[in-house]
Design a protein around this ligand. Structure first.
Ligand code: FE
Length: 313
């Protein structure tokens, strides 16, 4: 028989006091959320008969998770970031909003303020050219009627050949593999970059520690992140996951979705390579078009206000 005291008047009074219900200061929204959270944790402890050792392990785990700045990594790992996308899709469907490129998770590795270029940019700093494969990435941004959107901002970021991201990997130059591209009159964006590698959670980090206890790996397929925005259109957060990747449909972060697989092709032709300014004979091409939803709401043109990294503070 489980012992249950969380619903007694005494404990309910305590939790309401702890959540600030007996004062008129503070933030009512936070108070409501905190009361629910405290109650849910208490019910969880009772229902699953959480031991003291398990409870204090979890408290220590949260400290370690924050200490390694991995809360934003555990969230997609537990499916919660994908859940938010599915929830938003359902809200959209209810509001009659549909169509366009699917959204998918942002992940924790965006850095604001990347260099901006018109139409065509170079994304890599050249430091990996002795072993990386050059990638030509291009596509068109369209509106809900299929017309080209000129002046859209394609904010793109991806990992290097070691699966790590500039800023978080301090060995890389600032904003390496991060750019914003303004689409040209035909709605086109073009980038020369390098083929990214997939990556995994740090083997010694708290996210992987949790995944180990769940019997799961912490790997992602190679992918490229995008924010796409344009006046009159709904902000789009998405990513394309590369075809032929081992973890394409076995992504620990659950980001791969139908409609978001990028068909990367490898070209081996010294003459064409030379024409395109590539050393050696092999390079990759990836074409991906985006379609945005219209919106009359200016707020919908903006990305969420999630706190994000910024180069140089
Ligand atoms: Fe990523």
């Amino acid at each position: 028989m489980t012992v249950n005291v969380s619903h007694t008047a005494e404990i309910q009074h305590l939790f309401k006091e702890a959540a600030g219900f007996n004062n008129d200061q503070g933030n009512p929204r936070v108070k409501a959320i905190m009361l629910r959270l405290i109650n849910d944790v208490a019910t969880l402890i009772e229902d699953l008969e959480i031991t003291d050792n398990e409870f204090w392990f979890a408290v220590d785990y949260l400290n370690r998770l924050g200490g390694r700045n991995e809360a934003g990594l555990l969230v997609p790992g537990l499916g919660l970031e994908h859940f938010l996308d599915v929830l938003q899709d359902a809200k959209d469907a209810q509001a009659g909003l549909s169509g366009g490129t699917p959204r998918t998770i942002e992940g924790p590795l965006y850095v604001a303020g990347a260099p901006i270029g018109e139409g065509e940019v170079r994304m890599d700093d050249g430091s990996e050219l002795d072993h990386a494969t050059v990638m030509f990435l291009e596509g068109v941004v369209r509106d809900s009627e299929g017309r080209a959107v000129a002046g859209a901002v394609v904010d793109v970021w991806h990992a290097n050949t070691h699966g790590s991201y500039s800023y978080f990997d301090t060995r890389q130059t600032p904003y390496n593999l991060r750019r914003r591209i303004v689409t040209d009159a035909k709605g086109q964006y073009r980038a020369r970059s390098i083929v990214p590698s997939g990556y995994g959670c740090s083997p010694d980090g708290p996210t992987q520690e949790c995944l180990n206890m769940l019997g799961r790996h912490g790997q992602r397929p190679a992918h490229i992140h995008f924010f796409i925005s344009a006046p009159g259109h709904r902000h789009l957060t998405t990513q394309i996951n590369l075809s032929g990747e081992e973890y394409l449909w076995d992504d620990f972060a659950y980001a791969t979705r139908e409609g978001l697989v990028g068909d990367i092709t490898f070209v081996e032709d010294p003459a064409v390579a030379r024409e395109r300014g590539v050393q050696g004979e092999r390079f990759a091409e990836l074409k991906f078009d985006f379609q945005l939803q219209k919106t009359p709401r200016v707020e919908a043109e903006q990305r969420s206000q999630r706190p994000r990294a910024m180069q140089d503070g």
